[in-house]
Design a protein around this ligand. Structure first.
Ligand code: NDP
Ligand code: MG
Length: 377
């Protein structure tokens, strides 16, 4: 079967990997829509490569320039993303926009009978309950692209959910796995952007250094797999070869292994439930030699405990954690905040923004904005 796919965030790191998958599997994947924001040069190249695809740029003037060069209409802005998400000729929408700007388009995709492939973990942290409820109501699938969740998704195939004891998310530990607490105060953006195993966008690379990435992923797992927080664990695995594991009641543990290449989970999400020979290089375990595992250092990285608290409490708290983290990462990258300032600001926002137990989408958006305001101040 050929899947007709829209990619939101096509000009980013996940977008690039998704393009590699699409190029390798032209009989299986047809690109029908592509959205970027500021990287107009890249969007132009993609528009030329996929002449049938509907394009969306960040703003009107960029869309007009692109449209003149390509000789076809180009959408723009939030409205453009929503139109692309609802494209009648699409079967599946891949949301790979950094942050929460992909939330409304993701909901729109489900509401218009499409499957959703989610890379943007932030939207599940902010509004996982709403996204999963919308998918259930509409009968659409939510296919995880994040490598850990894609691994768990694969391990759970054909298993009885009531036999799952716990999910174990693997974590590289980031560049400061062996650091001393005192070292963290002087970490620069340049140091934090050097991830030991994965090459990714800037925001998620900083999240990987603070371990907020893993914290967000704990909450993401809770919603994707309907698992209580106390059965979502984190285990440090510096090689990033075991992408995650599931432990069952009988003591069996299933794991999924593969190269550190996002093309693999993206391909599984886009072609699910089928498997094909794609662009991902095979894994040579003998060349690798050994796989190591250790407990995470929660004393050094408060992100994990903060995320567990947010995921357990629920309501608006995960949205606050997520938004405060996004704002704090921006401030850190701009040189306005220290590295430990990221989790200090997240904790402050979590303690300050008024809590709502069963929020509407508007209340989630309000809590998100309040958290950003606290970090900005
Ligand atoms: P990048 O920063 O590389 O790319 C982000 C993409 O989103 C770009 O295409 C960018 O467009 C677009 N974008 C940013 N803001 C907006 C907006 N407001 N409206 C529309 N488009 C926007 O990020 P990544 O690809 O690394 O990450 C994307 C998502 O996937 C994140 O949520 C991340 O957590 C998740 N993820 C990423 C992994 C990875 O390996 N990179 C692994 C697992 C999850 P432009 O550049 O044109 O401005
Ligand atoms: Mg991940």
């Amino acid at each position: 079967m050929k899947r007709r796919v829209v990619i939101l965030g096509a000009t980013g790191s996940i977008g690039e990997s998704a393009m590699r998958v699409a190029r390798a599997l032209p009989d299986r994947i047809e690109i029908v829509g592509l959205a970027g924001r500021n990287n107009i040069g890249r969007l132009l190249e993609l528009g030329r490569e996929f002449p049938e695809a509907v394009l969306c740029a960040g703003d009107e003037s960029a869309a007009e320039r692109l449209s003149r060069t390509l000789g076809r209409p180009v959408l723009h802005g939030e409205e453009g993303l929503l139109t692309l998400a609802a494209l009648p000729e699409a079967d599946l929408v891949l949301v790979a926009i950094v942050g929460t700007s992909g939330l409304k388009p993701a909901l729109r995709a489900l509401e218009t009978d499409k499957d959703l492939a989610v890379a943007s973990k932030e939207i599940l942290v902010m509004a996982g309950e709403l996204v999963m409820a919308t998918a259930q109501k509409m009968g659409g699938r939510v296919l995880p692209v994040d490598s850990e969740h894609n691994a768990i998704f694969q391990c759970l195939e054909g298993q009885d959910p009531s036999t799952v004891k716990r999910l174990m998310l693997t974590c590289s530990g980031g560049p400061f796995r062996k650091a001393a607490s005192a070292d963290l105060a002087s970490v620069t953006p340049e140091q934090a952007l050097r991830h030991p195993t994965w090459s990714m966008g800037r925001k998620i690379t900083i999240d990987s250094a603070t371990l907020f990435n893993k914290g967000l992923e704990m909450i993401e797992a809770k919603w994707l797999f309907g698992m209580p927080m106390d059965r979502v664990d984190v285990i440090v695995h510096p090689q990033s070869i075991v992408h995650s594991l599931v432990e069952f009641l009988d003591g069996s543990i299933l794991a999924q292994l593969g190269s550190t290449d996002m093309a693999l989970p993206i391909q599984y999400a886009l072609t699910y439930p089928e498997r094909f020979n794609g662009p991902c290089a095979p894994l040579d375990l003998t060349a690798l030699g050994k796989l190591e595992f250790e407990a995470p250092r929660t004393d050094l990285f408060p992100a994990l405990d903060l995320a567990r608290r947010a995921g357990t409490t629920g309501g608006t708290l995960p949205a606050v954690l997520n938004a405060a983290n996004e704002a704090a990462v921006d401030a850190f990258l701009a040189g306005r905040l220290s590295f430990p300032g990221i989790w200090e600001n997240v904790a402050r926002a979590m303690d300050t923004v008024p809590f709502v137990e069963h929020p509407t989408l508007d209340q989630l958006i309000e809590a998100d904005q309040a958290a950003r305001n606290i970090v900005a101040s």
